[in-house]
Design a protein around this ligand. Structure first.
Ligand SMILES: O=C(O)[C@@H](CO)OP(=O)(O)O
Length: 276
């Protein structure tokens, strides 16, 4: 019995020293969220959703700067997860190149895609606000559980027949989504794709979108369905989370690596539709 007790103490000590060696004693898990840089349609103030729009020049610069911020902060990702959309994929590549981490393993999933914006995809935000009024506009844009009308499969902005979504049965491919739908399809990937990487002590970068990241932040910070309406995420500025052993943030809301730029950009996202 004595041997058993000292054996288990030795095991405890060994596991403590592994935690220490991995720097996991206080904040075991390091997670970085990065919304893609400005896209061509962000600049034109159009609802984008699943339309596969590219970064514009400003967005490319934001992505490069995002990588520099990571490097300066000593937050070097060991693995990256992206959506299946070009603006997030390219943002991750540009950021990782500028942090000299272009070689890390990459995983992609449609579950990190932007919210499908239904029949609003391709529409001008200011014109939509003017046509339907502020209440309806904000309900579609920021309410937790009111999706816009579905997008017809024969629309030029539909992804119903896009081969990259072939693994989703045709009738289950989104034609519109509210944030609640996004949380429901994103969380399985968080648990099965991202958390296992965090558990091994890797620093994980998630390069995704305004609304898929709002869904993830809602989950991490335990934000209510009502309060999430007020949360906006800026393009291209890394948001860093130290997570405890239960994957809860040590600093609620995380930390933007450039807080001043983030505050100004959050305000601009919030006011989209009100100008241009
Ligand atoms: O158009 C979109 O897909 C998203 C993100 O750009 O817009 P919003 O911030 O209005 O939800």
């Amino acid at each position: 019995m004595g041997a058993g007790v000292s054996g288990s103490r030795a095991l405890e000590r060994a596991s403590e020293s592994v935690d220490y060696a991995l720097g996991m004693a206080d904040a075991p898990y390091k997670l970085i969220l990065l919304r893609h840089g400005e896209s061509e349609w962000n600049a034109k103030n159009l609802f984008t959703g699943w339309v596969d729009v590219n970064l514009n020049e400003k967005g490319e610069k934001e992505a490069v700067r995002g990588g520099e911020l990571l490097k300066d902060a000593g937050l070097l990702p060991d693995v990256v997860h992206t959506s299946l959309q070009k603006r997030a994929i390219r943002t991750a590549q540009l950021a990782l190149e500028s942090a000299d981490r272009h070689w890390i393993p990459v995983h992609r999933s449609w579950r990190l895609n932007e919210r499908h914006y239904g029949a609003l995809q391709g529409k001008d935000k200011a014109a939509t606000l003017a046509e339907f009024g502020e209440e309806q506009f904000m309900l579609w844009r920021r309410s937790y559980d009111t999706p816009p009308p579905p997008l017809a499969d024969d629309s030029e902005f539909s992804q119903a027949n896009d081969p990259r979504y072939a693994s989703i049965p045709p009738e289950l491919r989104p034609r519109t989504e509210c944030l609640k739908d996004v949380v429901q399809r994103m969380l399985p990937y968080w648990y099965d794709g991202i958390v296992p990487d965090l558990l091994t002590g890797r620093t994980v970068l998630v390069a995704a979108h305004g609304n898929s990241l709002r869904g993830l932040v809602k989950h991490l910070d335990g934000i209510s369905d009502a309060d999430i309406a007020a949360l906006n995420i800026p393009t291209g500025i890394p948001l860093y989370y130290d997570l405890d052993a239960d994957f809860r943030p040590l600093t609620p809301g995380g930390t933007y690596l450039d807080p001043e730029a983030a505050a100004a950009a959050i305000e601009a996202v919030k006011n989209q539709g009100k100008k241009k």
